[in-house]
Design a protein around this ligand. Structure first.
Ligand code: ADP
Length: 228
């Protein structure tokens, strides 16, 4: 479903963030992206949503060359390839309901439809009792659940998670990973999870891509141990 082929990204001042990285992700996969800070994890995620363009290489999503998508259509790509971040990026002074519903308001859905959709997703993420609460009064784990809810409103096919548990305690971390696993298993959403957390890597027993200084040095799956 995703083909990342011979991608290099060189930022200003000749900073090589990615050096000839290639991998493919099939629909429904759960992939971990690991490597030290600065290894290039976020750059891969940004390129997948075309928030950054590679210096060289090709990125294909469902037979579409991501680099050739016209700028005005990028929002469609970003609905299907959604992202959550370590620092949430929510509207902190607004309610949970407003944060989840805003994208639907922007595209002009009726209030009735919005309410139905938001309630459905809030139920799934155990946020129903929090819908009227202001975001900056929530716990970190609850904030990350709101971020996931905001992604789900557009029925994504892929969720990219950039250190989503970096600011969370162990219990909230477990909860978020559990939700990502359920979304993967029950709804078939592909997940690409960038993390530093060794416990997550050890517990998930799924495919791991390891980056080092912008190079993909390992691609292994506990099932078949395919090495580069
Ligand atoms: P990670 O997510 O693994 O911590 P990043 O993808 O954020 O790594 O960064 C990879 C490298 O690219 C780092 O050396 C980082 O400093 C550099 N980098 C990232 N974004 C930019 C940018 N906008 N301008 C210049 N250098 C950048």
């Amino acid at each position: 479903m995703i083909i990342f082929k011979n991608i290099s990204k060189i930022y200003e001042n000749n900073i090589i963030a990615l050096d000839n990285v290639s991998f493919e992700i099939k629909a429904g996969e759960f992939v971990l992206l690991i490597g030290k800070s600065g290894a290039g994890k976020s750059t891969i995620l940004k390129i997948l949503r075309r928030e950054e363009e590679p210096t060289r290489g090709k990125v294909v999503y469902k037979n579409i060359d991501i680099l050739s998508i016209p700028r005005r259509r990028l929002s469609n790509l970003r609905k299907k390839i959604a992202i959550i971040h370590q620092d949430f990026k929510l509207l902190n002074k607004k309610s949970v309901f407003d944060n989840i519903s805003l994208p639907l308001e922007i595209i002009g859905k009726s209030f009735k439809e919005i309410k139905r959709e938001v309630n459905h997703i809030a139920e799934k993420l155990k946020l129903k009792h929090k819908l009227n609460q202001i975001v900056n009064t929530l716990s970190g784990g609850e904030k990350q659940r709101v971020c996931l809810a905001r992604c789900l409103i557009f029925k994504p096919e892929v969720i990219l998670a950039d250190e989503p548990t970096g600011n969370l305690d162990p219990i909230a971390t477990f909860e978020i990973i559990q939700i990502l696993r359920d979304l993967n298993r029950e709804e078939g959403i592909s997940i690409v999870l960038a993390t530093h957390n060794k416990e997550i890597v050890d517990n998930l027993k799924t495919r791991v891509l390891t980056l080092e200084s912008g190079r993909l040095i390992r691609d292994e799956n506990p099932g078949d141990y395919t090495l580069l």
